[in-house]
Design a protein around this ligand. Structure first.
Ligand code: NAD
Length: 370
């Protein structure tokens, strides 16, 4: 298969594959075309791609590849000329249904890796996990660099410093990595999640899990959180308010796929925090977990810094691209048979689960139903 790799939009520093992945794809029998300058912000030069065996081309030529790789929604996609092409990226189709409809009508076969079922077999291609892990790590580093005090406990001749109190809302992949990173920096960490299943993981990382009884059963939601009852929300708000009043740093990661993020931190709670505190909101792109979050912006509310950024993985573009590329490489293995020829197996739950459009229609049941 010929695989074309797009240069991402200007706001994105990652690239979908690095030169090392090119070597592996060529070995598997593919041809790899790279848009000029695609890896520059991830510290992969055109020369390195060429050395790895890729062909450097302009964007217009990349559209001629059988399969086009990217991360973000591609800019200036010449939809009408892409009949039967394969597109792979992270397209958030639940929020972009109109565009998906357009792609379907144009005959595009698109796979959105954020829609892969979260099963054991999918782990090696799970871009949400590989990127959320980075985001959780970087959220804590960003918080510690913004926070005007120390994270760890210090006892010095000049006096003692008490450790920072970090509150983490949502213990998914990003939240768990944030716990581990904050603990490494010496903070005291408390955690909320609606899924009781994460309690043991949180405790094993040395953090305190704050329990709110009576969360809605999420066992049928593929491991994801579901919306909670008003009664649960009220009790959760009360507990969060108690913790937040003591917290110096809050990292919020709570998301519900296909829905707006729950607003867990209300303005009154912010009013109770001390000046100098820092909030990093990783759910900013879907509305944010605080009442004041602005996506892709840092605001100051009464001395509290609130950073809304759902794409912190892009601030470690080299490693993020490496892991993303590995995920994509594994996924391409599912789409091809002998001799790296395209062979779509619709019996495969991962192929079917990640496919959004094919054969002139939206195939994905959840996207279709919204
Ligand atoms: P996510 O980004 O969708 O959400 C982050 C966390 O926020 C979740 O733990 C969620 O329960 C929590 N949350 C949602 N609403 C909340 C609320 N109102 N209050 C407090 N917390 C709330 O989660 P994710 O990191 O993508 O993980 C989702 C699920 O997928 C998890 O069960 C995870 O274990 C599972 N998973 C499976 C695989 C795999 O097997 N391939 C890989 C990674 C994750």
């Amino acid at each position: 298969m010929t695989i074309g790799v797009l240069k991402e939009p200007a706001s994105e520093a990652r690239v979908s594959i690095l030169p090392e992945a090119v070597v592996a794809l060529l070995k598997a029998g593919h041809q790899v075309w790279i848009e000029k300058d695609a890896g520059r912000l991830a510290f992969a030069s055109d020369e390195q791609y060429e050395k790895a065996g890729a062909i450097l081309l302009n964007r217009e030529k990349i559209w001629e590849a059988e399969c086009i790789l990217g991360i973000q929604l591609p800019e200036n996609l010449p939809v009408q000329n892409l009949n039967n092409k394969i597109l792979i990226g992270v397209y958030q189709p639940l929020y972009n249904k109109l565009l998906m409809q357009e792609w379907a009508s144009a005959g595009l076969t698109s796979f959105s890796l954020d829609m892969l079922p979260r099963t054991t077999r999918a782990q090696s291609m799970d871009v949400l996990s590989s990127q959320a892990n980075i985001a959780g790590y970087k959220a804590v580093l960003l918080a510690s660099a913004t926070y005007p005090r120390y994270f760890p406990l210090f006892m010095t001749a000049a006096g003692s410093i008490t450790p920072a109190k970090v509150l983490i809302l949502g213990a998914g992949v990003a939240g768990l990595q944030a716990i581990a990173t904050a603990k490494r920096l010496g903070a005291v960490v408390e955690v909320f999640d609606t899924r009781p299943a994460v309690k043991e993981e949180v405790k094993s990382l040395g953090a305190k899990f704050i329990e709110v009884e009576g969360a809605a059963d999420a066992s049928q939601a593929g491991g994801y959180a579901v919306e909670q009852s008003d009664d649960f929300k009220a009790r959760q708000q009360q507990k969060i308010a108690e913790s937040i009043a003591k917290a110096d740093i809050v990292i919020t990661t709570a998301q519900i796929p296909g829905k707006a993020a729950p607003v867990l931190v209300q303005t009154e709670m912010l009013d109770a925090m001390r000046a100098g505190s820092v909030i990093i909101d990783l759910a900013a792109a879907t509305g944010g977990n605080t009442s004041m979050t602005q996506n892709n912006a840092t605001i100051n509310y009464k001395g509290i810094t609130i950073i809304g950024n759902s794409n912190l993985a892009a601030t470690l573009p080299s490693d993020a691209s490496k892991l993303y590329g590995k995920n994509v490489q594994q996924f391409l293995g599912l789409l091809t048979g002998e001799g790296a020829v395209l062979k779509l197996n619709w019996e495969d739950d991962l192929v079917k689960g990640a496919c959004i459009t094919h054969g002139g229609e939206i195939l994905h049941e959840r996207v279709k139903s919204i």
